[in-house]
Every structure is written in C-alpha cells, then in structure tokens.
Design a protein around this ligand. Structure first.
Ligand SMILES: Cc1cc2nc3c(=O)[nH]c(=O)nc-3n(C[C@H](O)[C@H](O)[C@H](O)COP(=O)(O)OP(=O)(O)OC[C@H]3O[C@@H](n4cnc5c(N)ncnc54)[C@H](O)[C@@H]3O)c2cc1C
Length: 273
C-alpha cells in the first residue's frame, strides 16, 4: 500500500515548527527518523495531512554533559547514542539496550525522541529512560516544561505531549554514587520487538530502579528493588499485564518473573556493570 497524499514542510527552526503546528493543528504530524511513522503511513494507520520534518534541525541534535545531567537532543539517533563515549561513561544502560533495537538501518535513522514520543510499550528506550530516572523536556511556542518519565507515558502510543508541543530533549540525571546497570530482553529472534524485557539501575547507596517493558501498556517501574522477593510481590500486585502480537498475559507474567530473577539474584547484582 502507498501512503495517502500529504503536504511536506521542512522548517529551519523550532519557531517555524511551532508556527506550522499552530497553523495546521491536528492535520500536522512531526517526522523524525520516520522508522515508525513511515510504515504506519504506508499501511494508512497514520494519515497526516501535513508532515513537519524535524529530522535536520540542529537545535534537536547532540549529546551534552551538564553539571547534573547527560542531555540528549530529541533528534539523537540510536546509532549516535551507541557510539557516544558520554553514553558509555554516564548511561551505559542505553548502550546495553540499543543493540536489541531492530538492525543498523533502523538504528541509524530512528531517534531517541521519536521512540519516546511514539510510546510503543515494547520499546527499549522509554523503559531505560524510566529506569535512569530521566526527564523529558517538552517545548512549545509558550515555553518549556520538564516531565518525569514516570508521568510521560500514559498508555499505548499515548504520552503527556500536548498539542503544539514538541519533545525537545531528554535529561538523564547524573548519579551521586556509582551506578550499576543491567538489561535483558526476551525476543523470538535477534532484533525483534521484545516479548518481555527489563532494565535495572542500582547504586552504591542501595537504591535501585527495576523497570519491566513489553508486558503492559507502558513501561512499569516495579517497587521493591533490589530485593527480589519484594519485586516479585510487586509484579503480582502492581503490574496490569497486556497481551500483544508476541505473547499472551500468562506468558508475559511468567517472563516478568524470569527477568526479575535474572536481573536481581545476588550473583546478577554483583555482575552488573
Ligand atoms: C523493522 C523495524 C524494526 C523495529 N524494531 C524496533 C525495536 O525492536 N524496538 C523499538 O523500540 N523500536 C523498533 N522500531 C521502531 C523504531 O525504533 C523507531 O525509530 C522509533 O520507534 C521512532 O523513532 P523515529 O525517529 O523513527 O520517529 P518517527 O517514526 O519519525 O516518529 C514516530 C512518532 O513520534 C512522533 N515524534 C517524533 N519525534 C518527535 C518529537 N521530537 N516530538 C514529538 N513527537 C515526535 C512522530 O510524530 C510520530 O508520531 C522498529 C522499526 C522498524 C522499521
């Protein structure tokens, strides 16, 4: 199938993006790497009247180390993040997770901002950003607001982004003590979307964040980490499991337990990088 007809705009600045969003309202849709939107348009599951291409905006590019955070421009591609020495040093969880996303052709175009805005519950990046305690920076013509990842994903393909807003950046806080991270996903084949996955971030002060993804309608921060029994209890009481094309509820519930044991057993915690 071919995409329905659409108009195409390529603004040169964020101001021009905001003007286009104001002018075309619901008709307009942002295009970043196009790795989710273009297939959806080809299947006519998305039919934007006006595509607003933000893929070449310099204002959305780059990975910067600030005093309290590692800051990703929304237009950072997976491949750029994977190659970044700053990511290797300050957010190695992302480098563990990115190789699980599709294959190089997708990773060289798909963006971190596009992944978060798309809010596919089976996506790796929203789960990792939640585990890292990141904030999403949303900008509009009126200004800027920061939304914690806990409040950003509202459901399958649904986020806290309001009309007229654009996801501009992602801020990953720098830890006060050394951070250890682990990541695991279970997929039928390498590069497939996960049937279930988990990310763990723990620190020397004994704090830990354990996040499950591809099991519900959004990534879930399960309480109790790093205590395995507490997390297993949290999986029973806090996670509303959703089926998808890859697995039903019973399988996802089982895999969530497998992932928790895998990442939170005593030996696994020692191994975390
Ligand atoms: C074969 C294949 C396999 C894949 N496998 C995986 C996988 O295993 N795991 C995974 O996570 N993903 C996978 N993907 C999806 C891929 O990761 C997409 O790149 C990603 O989901 C969206 O990023 P994008 O930059 O391509 O966004 P686009 O496709 O350009 O946009 C996606 C959505 O986000 C919106 N958007 C984009 N940028 C912004 C912004 N800055 N502000 C507000 N809204 C914005 C768009 O309007 C659109 O609604 C796969 C894709 C393909 C084609």
């Amino acid at each position: 199938m071919r995409a329905a007809p659409f108009a195409y705009l390529r603004p040169n600045s964020l101001e021009e993006v905001f003007a286009a969003l104001a002018q075309f309202g619901d008709e307009a849709q942002l295009l970043a790497g196009g790795q989710s939107l273009m297939p959806a348009m080809a299947l006519r599951m998305a039919r934007p009247g006006v595509l607003v291409d933000i893929s070449r905006l310099g204002e959305l590019r780059g990975i910067a180390l600030e005093a309290d955070a590692l800051v990703f421009g929304a237009g950072t591609t997976y491949s750029q993040a994977l190659r970044s020495p700053l990511v290797a040093e300050h957010a190695p969880l992302l480098a563990l997770a990115i190789p699980h996303i599709a294959h190089e052709a997708v990773r060289s175009r798909g963006t971190l901002g596009g992944s978060l805005a798309n809010a596919d519950p089976a996506s790796e990046m929203p789960a990792c950003m939640l585990a890292l305690g990141a904030q999403v920076v949303l900008r509009s013509a009126e200004g800027e607001r920061a939304v914690p990842m806990e409040e950003f994903a509202l459901g399958t393909y649904t986020t806290a982004i309001e009309p007229g807003e654009i996801l501009a950046a992602i801020r990953v806080p720098l830890p006060e003590t050394a951070r250890r991270t682990r990541f695991r996903e279970i997929a039928r084949r390498s590069g497939d979307y996960a049937m279930a996955g988990a990310a763990l971030v723990s620190d020397e002060a004994g704090e830990a964040r354990f996040v499950l993804f591809a099991v519900s309608d959004r990534p879930i921060l399960v309480s109790g980490a790093p205590n395995l029994d507490a997390v297993l209890a949290g999986i029973d009481t806090e996670v509303e499991f959703f089926p998808d094309n890859h697995a039903g509820i019973a399988t996802k519930r089982h895999l969530a337990g497998v992932l928790a044991r895998d990442l939170l057993s005593r030996s696994a915690l020692k191994e975390a990088a």
